[in-house]
Ligand binder design. Structure first.
Ligand SMILES: *Cc1c(COP(=O)(O)O)cnc(C)c1O
Length: 392
């Protein structure tokens, strides 16, 4: 038997540590490793596979597009590219919207960063705890020091304020600020939702100062949190929205939406990409958006998220202190800093989740998840927490 783990360790960049398993196949909410073991995927490739694995609609759309027109340069346009931009623009509920298509979340945020710079103002207000990606611009907006510091100097002018602190927000945003960048729920920081009214307060502060409100919905958008866009659902129309994770159900595609006057900031030559907006990625994204809409999966994510939360709380497990998040992006808060061990115990039981903080288990199951899977996960979580607490 080939030792794929050893080969991985010898040849892949050592950026991710040791992979948990080598996976071979996926279908719906399930994946199988190279040894044939089955897992229920409650992480969805980090909030990506909203339709589960190998969904027929995505497979069909990608295959058909790949056999029709695979790639064109941005000297040319393609129909799927234009259709995708129209669909994404339609999610904002305001006009005009101009869409820059990318291949990832970090690239969507690079585009947002450049839009902010094009205002002519230099300061960007970001949030403590924020995660916006790993390229140098997005990294400059990311809070975690160990991600940032080895790569300094990063693009300057970024200041961090405490996430969710209304006073700090009001104090930081003045006429020298180009943009305020905020996640509706800080996923990487352990699924921490912004307090009620925080995005609206950011909108008001930006309006008063003539600054752009930039909402990073790379993780929260497109149904993950039970809304197409959390910002818009909360009554806030941002100037910039960045999207990626769920958009292609695993096919790499992202987008930076510029709304209102911000839509005019990019002009010919000010930004570019070879692959961004390619027809195959656009076809994948259109299939995802159609399926989410036609199957009512966005609204259903709210009910399913509540069911999951209820099932976890109903365990009455003394090792679990609460569940936070929105829709099907949930952080289960543990009483002790044992989340990595609990996550391993879950994997041993056939469940994929992750531990973004020492005391938080994050789940982001496919939006097609069945109710009995939500309940079964809660039971497995209860057992895993008990096992780790008893061992400790
Ligand atoms: C994952 C994530 C990113 C980065 O996306 P990549 O596709 O990994 O580059 C940016 N912002 C948020 C909020 C994310 O969750």
């Amino acid at each position: 038997m080939i030792d794929w783990m050893a080969k991985y360790g010898a040849t892949l960049a050592n950026t991710f540590g040791s992979p948990r398993r080598v996976l071979a196949r996926g279908e719906g909410t399930h994946v199988w490793d190279v040894e044939g073991r089955c897992y229920t995927d409650f992480l969805s490739g980090i909030a990506v596979n909203v339709l589960g694995h190998c969904h027929a609609a995505v497979l069909g759309a990608v295959s058909a597009q790949l056999g029709t027109l695979d790639h064109v340069s941005n000297f040319f346009a393609s129909v799927p590219q234009i259709q995708l931009a129209e669909r994404l623009a339609g999610l904002v509920g305001a006009t005009p919207v101009r869409v820059f298509l990318t291949n990832s979340g970090t690239e969507a945020n690079e585009a947002g960063f450049k839009l902010a710079r094009l205002t002519g103002r230099k300061r960007i207000v970001a949030m403590e705890g924020a995660f916006h990606g790993r390229t140098l611009g997005a990294l400059a907006l990311t809070w975690t020091a160990k991600y940032r510091e080895p790569f300094e100097p990063l693009p300057g002018g970024v200041e961090f304020i405490p996430f969710g602190d209304f006073g700090a927000l009001a104090a930081a945003v003045d006429e020298t600020v180009a943009a305020v960048v905020v996640e509706p729920v800080q996923g990487e920081n352990g699924v921490i939702p912004a307090p009620d009214g925080y995005l609206a307060a950011a909108r008001a502060a930006c309006d008063a100062a003539g600054a752009l409100l930039w909402v990073d919905e790379v993780q929260t958008g497109l149904g993950r949190c039970g809304e197409w866009l959390v910002s818009v659902a909360d009554g806030v129309i941002p100037d910039i929205v960045t999207l990626a994770k769920g958009l292609g159900n695993g096919f790499p595609v992202g987008a930076c939406l510029a709304v209102g006057p911000a839509a005019d900031l990019f002009t010919p030559g000010s930004h570019g990409t070879t692959f961004g907006g390619n027809p195959v990625a656009a076809a994948a994204a259109l299939a995802v958006l159609d399926t989410l809409r036609d199957e009512g999966l966005v609204a259903a994510a709210n009910a399913k998220g509540l069911r999951l939360s209820e099932a976890v709380l109903a365990l009455g497990n003394p090792g679990i202190v609460g569940v936070r998040g929105r829709g099907l992006l949930r952080g289960i808060v543990l009483a002790d800093p044992i989340a990595p061990a609990v996550n391993d115990a879950l994997l041993a039981r056939g469940w994929i989740a992750n531990a973004p903080r020492p005391n938080v288990i994050r789940v982001a199951p496919p939006l097609i998840v069945a109710e009995d899977e939500l309940v079964a996960f809660a039971d497995a979580l209860g057992e895993a927490v008990e096992e780790v607490r008893n061992a400790g």
